[in-house]
Ligand binder design. Structure first.
Ligand code: ZN
Length: 150
């Protein structure tokens, strides 16, 4: 139980209870759907791009607490960033949840995203945390096909 309590830290619980940027963007520049069949998480990510800057990002979906919190935290952390910065953040985030070292001079700081670092001890949960990022990448690439973690 202690490990689980660790995993569901307060910040994750808060973002699950009241997800930020949980809405649809009409006429988004990029939109993609993601599905994690292992857990049943589904997410749609919308992005608005202005001169290579993610000026707006939002999501809709249904899934476990980790996937919802990860989506909420993702939107907060990439809004206003350039596409390149968002992709660099994804790389660092993936290192964090895979339990690999995140070099401080290696791209942008993770900030609140570090709250999800606990999933590294729960391999099945890593996909819950990364699903929204894979889906974001597809939305940024203006791909329209479904993204799955399998
Ligand atoms: Zn999940």
């Amino acid at each position: 139980m202690n490990e689980l309590q660790d995993l569901y830290q307060e910040l994750i619980l808060d973002h699950n209870r009241s997800p930020r940027n949980c809405r649809r963007i009409e006429n988004a520049d990029g939109e993609a759907n993601g599905y994690n069949p292992l857990c049943g998480d589904r997410v749609t990510v919308y992005v608005t791009i202005d001169n290579d800057i993610v000026s707006d990002v939002a999501f809709e979906g249904s899934g476990c607490a980790i996937s919802t919190a990860a989506a909420s935290l993702m939107t907060q952390s990439i809004k206003g960033k350039s596409i390149a910065e968002a992709e660099a953040l994804f790389k660092n985030f993936r290192r964090l949840v895979m339990g690999e070292a995140v070099a401080s001079d290696n791209g942008p700081a993770l900030g609140k995203l570090e709250a999800l670092g606990g999933v590294r001890r729960f391999p099945a949960r890593v996909k819950c945390a990364t699903l929204v990022w894979h889906t974001l990448k597809a939305a940024l690439d203006r791909q329209s096909q479904m993204v799955t973690t399998e």
